[in-house]
Design a protein around this ligand. Structure first.
Ligand code: NDP
Length: 324
């Protein structure tokens, strides 16, 4: 099969499209013919070698994919069935989705929800799945459209843009934080009614004027610290990313004086039942025009160059890799 293969030479990561053979299938494994894969920030860190995502080489990257079952050693999945996969360390510790085929544990697969096209499932991908987890975290913390404005950071990226679209569709007033003026029109189309510059988030005091009922943060570091200082009494910040860095230069003040909740969001190890519920909500919430405006399509051969663009903040929305 054709795959993007990562190898390491003199501590540098090399990425090349090659013909390779998958290992033999074990009990519980499912072989999937991949039709679409997504490109995510984590893939970009892995492919460029800028992040320590992969420790075992050679590795096929790709943390999410959609396709059809080709062979199955798991009674829950039959040949021809449409499936999706996000997370579980696939593309990190286990050969992933930037390939014509993947051999994965049946436990890691989700049946493609009826009514969702495989291409649209990958426009959502890990990023959109994570965005919905963040929205659900805010809902579970009691943040409603009536609570006030919800702010999304890294708004024009994959997670951010899907979060803006989801929140807007669910009736929230959405503010978007972006570092790029070129994305303002896109963000307004997705449903942002207010756009703030990332530069406004460079400095913060322990507590600031209360402005946000909730927040979805994909950036971390000083941006997350400022969000916490500006969150309303009893509000919630759902933190899922580190596009701006993994530090968190904050104080306990928002927590002990304003009852602010900082909710971490992980998409990799979400239990199967919640996964299915998240996909169902994505299918029922995202409007049709989201799929038309939120994706750029590339080939497997273009992946290494586009991965570099991710880390240079040149990507807007979701990047889809056409495989089959
Ligand atoms: P993208 O690259 O698509 O989006 C990231 C966005 O962050 C960019 O579009 C940009 O938005 C902003 N950004 C980029 N560089 C910086 C910077 N130096 N400082 C501040 N903001 C910056 O990535 P994804 O949407 O795929 O992922 C976003 C983050 O979420 C990543 O850190 C990723 O690792 C994390 N993530 C976590 C998951 C989990 O399970 N917890 C799952 C999926 C993603 P703009 O130009 O609009 O400012």
């Amino acid at each position: 099969m054709k795959a993007l293969v990562l190898e390491q030479q003199d501590k540098a990561t090399l990425a090349e499209v090659k013909e390779i053979a998958l290992p033999d299938m074990a009990a519980g494994d499912v072989l999937v013919d991949i039709s679409w894969s997504g490109l995510n920030y984590k893939d970009a860190l892995a492919i460029t070698g800028k992040g320590k995502i992969i420790r075992q080489f050679p590795m096929v990257p790709g943390i999410d994919f959609a396709g059809h079952v080709s062979r199955s050693n798991d009674p829950r999945f039959s040949v021809g069935q449409s499936v999706i996969l996000t997370g579980w360390g696939v593309g990190e510790t286990h050969w992933g989705g930037l390939a014509e085929q993947a051999c994965v544990k049946g436990d890691w697969l989700v049946a493609l929800p009826e009514g969702l096209a495989a291409r649209n499932a990958m426009i959502i991908g890990t990023a959109g799945f994570t965005a919905m987890l963040c929205v659900m975290a805010l809902e579970e913390a009691g943040v409603t459209p009536e609570s006030g404005t919800v702010v999304v950071t890294g708004a024009s990226g994959g997670v951010g843009s899907t979060a803006v679209a989801l929140l807007h569709t669910l009736g929230y007033t959405v503010a978007a934080v972006t570092g790029r003026e070129s994305t303002h029109a896109y963000l307004r189309k997705l449903g942002a009614s207010e756009i703030l510059s990332r530069d406004d988030f460079a400095e913060t005091r322990p507590l600031e004027k209360q402005v946000w009922a909730g927040a979805v943060d994909t950036v971390g570091d000083k941006v997350l610290a400022k969000l916490l200082a500006q969150t309303n009494y009893g509000g919630c910040v759902a933190a899922c990313g580190l596009a701006g860095g993994f530090n968190l230069p904050t104080t306990v003040m928002p927590f002990i004086l304003r009852n602010v909740r900082l909710q971490g969001v992980d998409s990799v190890s979400v239990p199967a039942e919640r996964r299915a519920a998240v996909w169902e909500r994505l299918l029922n919430t995202l409007p049709e025009d989201f799929y038309q405006q939120a994706a750029t399509e590339i080939t497997l051969e273009q992946v290494p160059a586009v991965a570099a663009d991710f880390l240079n903040n040149k990507i807007q929305g979701r990047t889809l890799v056409k495989i089959g």
